[in-house]
Design a binder for this molecule. Sequence first.
Ligand SMILES: [Zn+2]
Length: 677
Amino acid sequence: MRRRTFLAGLSAASIAPFVQAKGAVNPLLLPFKPLPAFDRYKVSQFPDAFKQSMTSYRAEIARIANQKAAPTFENTLAALEDSGREYNRVSILFGVYTSTMNDKSVQALEREWSPKFAAMTDEVVQNDKLFRRIEAVYKSKFGNPEQQRLAWVYYNQFVLQGARLNPAQKKQLSEYNQKLAGLYTKFSQNQLTDEEEQKIVFDSKDDLKGLPQSVVDSMAENGKWVLRNTRSAMETFLTYSDRRDLREKAFKLWSSRGDMGGKTDNNQVVADILRLRARRAKLLGFPTFAHWRLENSMAKTPEAAMKLMMQVWPAAKARVAEEVKDMQAIAGHEIEPWDYRFYAEKVRKAKYDLDENEIKPYFQLDKLKGGLFYMAKQLYGFDFKKEKAPTLRDDIEVFEVTRQGHIGDWYFDPYARNGKSSGAWMNEYRTQENFKKPVAPIVSNNSNFAKSKQVLLSFDDAETMFHEFGHALHGLNSKAHYPMLAGTNVARDFVEFPSQMHENFLTTPQVLSQFAIHAETGKPMPDELVAKIKRSSTFNQGFSTTEFLASAIVDMKLHLAGDVDIDPREFEKKTLSELGMPKEIIMRHRIPHFGHLFSSDGYAAGYYSYLWSEVLAHDAYEAFEETGNPYDPTVSASFRKNIMEVGNTLDPAQAYRNFRGRDATIDALLKARGFSK
Ligand SMILES: [Zn+2]
């Protein structure tokens, strides 16, 4: 996953007010010099920084909108690109706190301020004079292709956000947006509460049967063992626990996050969000939220996205039936959802003789980081050098990235802690640009490894590292002029393409032989283990494709339903039954904790994007494979020039064609997942 820095949103009464000494400048407002001054920031400084930066942003917008001079690219679009820099920086820094340091004081600020941020965006987009100027520049077709693209992106964004509405409609829209912002915060906080406060405590060793010792150790707390209600803890438990009764208990707790009744239940929150979204889309002139959402995607319409998903669905389901048969042969009973991971692991051992615990010692976090750097050097000529820079925690590392000169900086925040969102993601602390003067990108990767002396990763975790690093490389390679079009600011269904493409490099012989080094013996991964990993790469793809597609299809259908009353539980049941969802699997994210959809507009009607991007990723990687060398210099140079450097400076479909000479097909994806056509 990659998450854009988000601004989701208690009364600020619980935090001490930030009192500013006379003449002192709030550190949050200062430009990075050259990196963020994390040693000087305090949570209590945010309200003042929000206020000040909003005031100056407002003044800048007013200057652009109210000037007498006729609209030109320079005095309108370039000026906009140069505006709100302080506000943007403060927002990004606040995003770092809400996603990685989200304690009660940050949560309080988030609740208080998120509606105000939404209102700020509306204020800009609904500035009629400003919109008229953008429209005039857009229609003048001024400038080079990148400038025309920038004009289109601004024009389109403003229109999609209501610039053409009349004043009464704009007021209505703003009310919808502010209500939605509040609901998104509520949704996320409910989900986080269910993940942090619900847990299962075991007091007998008998309850831990089957779990690897390292897992048992990580669960130990004051003579008992605690199973946390998070994805990584639960998936591990469900994979290894011999106790079917406890797997069932754990599974039920985990799959009912946001759906437990009581104060943290998200069902009504979701229903309210969907209704508001449907009304907002209608107000903006679109049949449904999904139509509105896909307007500036690569897929362009919900129909195109549904078509792709339904092309892959039958093959995925067919594979699940085979997987279930294999598992039943071992289990001797029906497979329930809490059995799937457990017996899949048994099949993996039996059929592929591959034990996750056999792989793990070879994936040491620190060594694998070297593998990331190796890949970046081979493909893009980047060098990484550790540098000293202030960070929010001592265990966050910072690296300077160079290629003949400075390219940018990379932050790596690998460990789980309270207040940090689960999963892994990348964000940009600063986006590359080059229209006034060169500005180098600053990017960061975040994950949630349990901290220990020697961190060993599962295969999935290792692959995720390459994925997130792919996003980081996308930001670092950027060579756009305007920040709006730079780096990872691309269409949602395109943004996962570079990251997914880079996952492939983990299993290249070059990376495995040099960086998959056994923690105890110091020996590289033996060839036969590599061969086993390759053979098993299509393993369990029925399960993962089906749990994903079910989520993506339900997402699209929820957002195609329009302005109707939706009971999320009913809707989920009915949609899955119409699809013929295998009874052994549930959605990867059930509706009441589907944060991609309901913690922001983020991936709403956009969860399909991962599949869309993956089609591109497999098709593109085939270009490398066709040469026989995954690091082929000619292909990597073309990939860099046509995909990694261009950001959103041209239509993504065209960018892809420039690289591949044709459109992508689903063949490489089906092959990679071991599905028959
Ligand atoms: Zn991603």
